[in-house]
Design a protein around this ligand. Structure first.
Ligand code: ZN
Ligand code: ZN
Length: 202
């Protein structure tokens, strides 16, 4: 940008302190017409949307919509006001949208936390149910086992009784047939023709 070449940049603080005095070149130089260098630009052509001089307005823009600079300035000011108002409205709308988005985000976060809580609660309930079922099954298994053990014990007691009875029977039979007896300690006593042999238990 060529017009920037001669630009010096000052800070706002420098301007405020009075160190630098701002002088607009627009205030010093009154713009002149390009076609008529001795003429000031004092008419605004609505059709061409440009500032022109009086001879130009007669010569080249005769059939155009022309207005004086003060009216053009007022029009321009009005347009700027409208634009500012529109920007303000857009800003308010945007702020509302931001606020809404913020609320939605918060709602989402709350929903997310609640959903996680519900999942954990449901899982805990299911685990508790399964544990209950486990306890029930263990109790039932225990009951069946105890019943079986009682049956086994009874059967074993009966078998021992049978064995003892059989032994007694055998003792008696041996006794009557061969003269073999058992002492109360279970020692085998065999009566031979003349002597008595005692076989100690190992
Ligand atoms: Zn001109
Ligand atoms: Zn024109």
């Amino acid at each position: 940008m060529t017009f920037m070449k001669s630009h010096k940049i000052y800070t706002l603080a420098q301007l405020r302190s009075g160190e630098i005095v701002y002088k607009s070149k627009l205030r010093e130089d009154i713009p002149q017409c390009g076609n008529h260098p001795d003429q000031n630009l004092n008419v605004y052509c609505n059709t061409c949307q440009q500032v022109i001089c009086t001879p130009c307005s007669v010569l080249d823009h005769a059939k155009h919509s022309l207005i004086g600079l003060p009216v053009a300035f007022e029009k321009c000011q009005k347009k700027v006001k409208e634009l500012v108002a529109r920007v303000g409205k857009s800003k308010t709308k945007l702020n509302n949208t931001i606020e809404k988005t913020c609320k939605s985000r918060k709602k989402l976060n709350t929903m997310f936390a609640n959903t996680k809580k519900k999942i954990t609660e449901k899982a805990n309930q299911e685990v508790a149910k399964i544990r209950q079922e486990e306890q029930k099954l263990l109790k039932e298994t225990d009951r069946i086992y105890q019943k079986r053990v009682t049956t086994f014990d009874a059967a074993q007691a009966n078998n021992s009784k049978d064995v003892t009875q059989t032994e007694h029977k055998l003792e008696e039979e041996c006794d009557s047939l061969l003269g073999i007896t058992f002492t109360s300690d279970g020692e085998l006593v065999v009566a031979a023709q003349r002597s008595v042999q005692v076989y100690h238990r190992v």
